[in-house]
Design a protein around this ligand. Structure first.
Ligand code: GLC
Length: 481
């Protein structure tokens, strides 16, 4: 049995701020249990819901030297849907009512502590992974520490590491001296071929340099990040590591996201009866959100973190024009204030057409996937994107920009060949986006049979973890040898 440990800053069902948590929560369930024992380790945040904390059992604790003091490391465990979770407990680092703070120096200290603790707890819990699979900058120090202080003992000698980049934009950067002090790593590590990038210490870079393999969450993004536009300053390094870099597209949990069994939606439906049944969800959502109730009106959904990554500037730019069209727009999510206020403004201005829900609700997100006719995702960059996969699963046609995972998962409609599962545009340009939306409107209103056939194809597409989990397994096998 090969042993894999996922180390991450978030994971469903315990804690989630974005797609990372979905991947960490769902991929381990789909790896072949006959050959792999995949476990997950995340921090035990104070803001984890009480009912989930009640599932955790205290295992042990010890003290670890870190940042010039002796630090408490508590270990908890839980088992959910067949996946074994561990939690690192430390109230100094993981209290507070939010997962992340906006103090970058403090974030570095918290996750440096977590990274060192992950390696330190292994002998205590008696779990000796063959591969530690790290996710994003928060765990970037694990491959570094593994090659440094933990190399001495037999326990770690053959251990391998992988780092998966879910978003290259976030790297965990701070001045070298401070990071050296916090991490206790010697000067040797802070040169331009190791942790240093542009004079700062960079934790993600450390992970990319020291991990035995590097992955990202779609093949297009794996190509894009080797170029300056998408490379966020690390494109040179990624080009240098191109032989160890692979793109494996994310899947979604097909049990959780299933229009036929989804308890969160008003009226379940499937690939056979959606023509009659899907619209009942739209009807109910229009009532719930005080939009004009009209089964025939084209409803477009947006479920997103409201950050500049998501292409919301394009939407802001043409929103008035779009609202002259015969469409309704339903938005769900939180994020940067300027985007929250932008959507609130249009909700006020076009009350019967626009519904801005500036909060996050899992239940409402499912209702949006089930109710809308189209789903808009004009991202500036998108490592993978999961919402377009959820939309496809619910027969809601994605309208996307051709970047990263969006390009790999949404096949553009071709009216001559009657192929495709969505609409797309190439350039980061608001009117190009608007033309794609208007093209979709024309098909929706004037060629309904064609539209429904597109739904057939969308619902038949398979983005369960099945194929991608096999690719991870292949990589683990290759690493372990
Ligand atoms: C990040 C990326 C998103 C990706 C997710 C899971 O949130 O922005 O594109 O789908 O990670 O990998």
């Amino acid at each position: 049995m090969k042993k894999i440990l996922f180390a991450a800053s978030e994971g469903v069902p315990f804690i989630k701020t974005g797609g990372l948590a979905d991947v960490v929560g769902s991929l381990p369930k789909c790896v072949d249990k006959q050959y792999f024992d995949v476990r997950v380790i995340i921090p035990k945040y104070a803001c984890i819901k009480q009912e989930l904390k009640e599932k955790m059992r205290y295992l042990s604790h010890f003290y670890m030297d870190f940042n010039w003091t002796s630090n408490y490391v508590g270990i908890f465990e839980a088992e959910v849907e067949g996946v074994h979770y561990y939690f690192i407990d430390n109230e100094h680092y993981f209290s507070g009512d939010k997962v992340y703070t906006d103090d970058p120096r403090w974030e570095i200290e918290r996750y440096a502590y977590f990274s060192k603790a992950v390696l330190s707890v292994l002998p205590v819990i008696g779990f000796q992974p063959d591969v530690v699979h790290c996710h994003d900058w928060q765990t970037g120090l694990i491959p570094v520490y593994m090659k440094e202080r933990f190399r001495g003992g037999d326990f770690y000698r053959n251990m391998k590491s992988v780092i998966t980049i879910h978003n290259l934009k976030f790297q965990g950067k701070w001045d070298t001296k401070t990071v050296r002090n916090i991490t206790g790593l010697s000067e040797y590590f802070f040169t331009a071929d190791k942790l240093e990038a542009y004079k700062d210490a960079n934790l993600l870079k450390g992970g990319i340099v020291y991990a035995d393999a590097v992955t990202t969450v779609s093949s297009t993004y794996a190509e894009e990040i080797k170029t300056p536009f998408y490379g966020e300053g690390l494109d040179g390094l990624l080009r240098a590591r191109k032989n160890d870099l692979r793109g494996i597209v994310n899947g979604i949990d097909y049990t959780e996201f299933n229009p036929e069994t989804d308890g969160k939606i008003v009226n379940p439906y499937n690939a056979v009866n959606f023509r009659k049944e899907k619209v009942k969800n739209k009807h109910a959502l229009q009532q719930e959100l005080n939009l004009r109730v009209d089964d025939k009106k084209m409803m477009i959904g947006i479920v997103s973190r409201l950050t500049d990554q998501k292409g919301l500037d394009l939407i802001a730019y043409v929103m008035d024009e779009l609202c002259q069209d015969d469409v309704q727009l339903v938005v769900l999510g939180t994020g940067e204030e300027r985007y929250e206020n932008m959507f609130r403004h249009f909700d006020w201005k076009y009350a019967d057409k626009v519904s801005a829900n500036i909060y996050y609700s899992d239940a409402l997100s499912h209702k949006i996937y089930a109710s809308c006719d189209a789903f808009l995702m004009p991202s500036l960059f998108e490592p993978c994107g999961l919402s377009q996969l959820m939309a496809l699963r619910y027969g809601t046609i994605p309208i996307v920009r051709e970047t990263g995972g969006l390009k790999d998962t949404v096949q553009p409609y071709n009216e001559y060949e009657s192929t495709g599962t969505g609409f797309s545009f190439t350039n980061y340009n608001a009117h190009e986006m608007l033309s794609a939306i208007r093209y979709a409107e024309r098909i929706y209103y004037d060629r309904k049979r064609e539209w429904n056939k597109m739904i057939d194809r969308a619902m038949a597409a398979d983005f369960s973890w099945h194929v991608s989990a096999a690719k991870y397994q292949e990589m683990y096998d290759w690493l372990i040898g």
